[in-house]
Design a protein around this ligand. Structure first.
Ligand SMILES: [Zn+2]
Length: 360
């Protein structure tokens, strides 16, 4: 019997291209490069999913603005109002993080897109999903927008799944090169989210120490794997295979959310972890494999960072091919890093022993 091709839901909205500031690395060009490579717009600018590039079982899900009720499960009303009013005026939340008139609507729809995809997957209408959104979210905590992020998109989707959609345990895996400090802050005291982050260290935002596992009732459910520059694909993959996988099996999540940033790529201008497109595909294989094994394949990817637009677009395509069971089709036109990988075996062994002691 032929194996069924998993169906993949994709969400996107043109408003995501209207959040922009001249010369800023977190630019609409990023999403435009993905749209173009995936060919999910036709000549007239209409959304077309499945596209000639995507699996015929993929389909489009509109990005509604998140409701205030759901947004307030993560952000106090005062913080939501601050972003709304600042957007009307235009300006900066911090020196790195701009807002323009369209930013508030874009941010509402970014959180809304991911949440709509979570509902789609939980209803069994799609096996898995990818939210192509901007602005990103993983640096935004409940009360602080920062690091190009306005609302904590993935956190809002996870909270909705836990409080409204009947789930008890959600895994959030974050392979963006920067620590997902905002997401972790939201769930720091919450054992209903197993949070796993690989990130370059030292690097912005400076959090995500390997001994930081959450506090109070959340203690032990946050797993940080900081990696030095040039650790490369091998170290990243080892973290997912030998730290995340056993912890996920012990935790038994009912849904996996992925903060999918592609700035760990060796060409990225903001970081130097040294990963490749092939490396991203291998991480996606581990994550999709865990979803198949533990939660009926239910996994939703959400776009975070990635500032080399070609590496970003090919990274997203590679993940989608893995999600569609077509890992063999993956192309890595940019190739591996020319700089050799740093040997971080001793560091990884120490971090692994620390994170696995709770389940041994
Ligand atoms: Zn990042």
């Amino acid at each position: 019997m032929a194996t069924a091709i998993p169906s993949t839901a994709i969400s996107y909205d043109p408003i995501f291209l209207q959040h922009k500031e001249a010369g800023h690395p977190e630019s609409p060009d990023r999403l435009r490069a993905i749209i173009n490579l995936l060919q999910i717009e036709d000549q007239a600018g209409n959304i077309r999913v499945p596209s000639p590039v995507l699996s015929p079982t993929s389909f489009f899900v509109p990005a509604p603005p998140i409701s205030l009720e759901r947004l307030e499960m993560v952000h106090p009303r005062s913080q939501i109002e601050r972003i709304r009013i600042l957007s009307m005026m235009g300006g900066h939340v911090d020196p790195d993080t701009y807002v323009v008139q369209e930013s508030y609507e874009a941010a509402l729809k970014a959180a809304g897109a991911i949440t709509a995809l979570v509902e789609t997957v939980l209803q069994g209408r799609a096996q898995n999903a990818f939210a192509l959104v901007r602005p990103p979210g993983h640096h935004a905590s409940g009360t602080q927008a920062e690091g190009f992020c306005l609302f904590s998109n993935v956190a809002v989707a996870a909270r909705t799944a836990l409080r409204e959609l009947g789930l008890k345990r959600v895994l959030i895996a974050d392979f963006d090169v920067h620590h997902g400090n905002g997401t972790q802050a939201v769930f720091q005291r919450d054992s209903q989210v197993l949070f796993f982050s690989t990130h370059q260290s030292p690097l912005y935002p400076g959090t995500g120490d390997w001994r930081d596992t959450g506090i109070a009732t959340g203690a032990g459910t946050k797993i940080n794997v900081p990696l030095p520059p040039f650790s490369g694909d091998s170290a990243l993959l080892e973290a997912y295979e030998t730290i995340l996988a056993p912890r996920a099996r012990a935790y038994q999540p009912e849904l996996i959310l992925v903060s999918a940033g592609f700035d760990a790529h060796w060409r990225d201008p903001l970081a130097s972890l040294g990963a490749s497109i092939t490396g991203f595909a291998r991480i996606a294989e581990v994550l999709c494999g865990l979803a198949d094994e533990l939660c009926q394949g239910r996994i939703v990817f959400a776009l975070e960072g990635g500032y080399d637009v070609e590496a970003l677009a090919f990274g997203v395509l590679a993940c989608l091919q893995v999600m569609n069971g077509r890992a063999g089709a993956i192309e890595d036109p940019l190739g591996p890093n020319r700089q050799p990988e740093r040997n971080v075996q001793d560091h990884l062994a120490k971090v692994r022993e620390f994170h696995l002691k709770s389940i041994s």
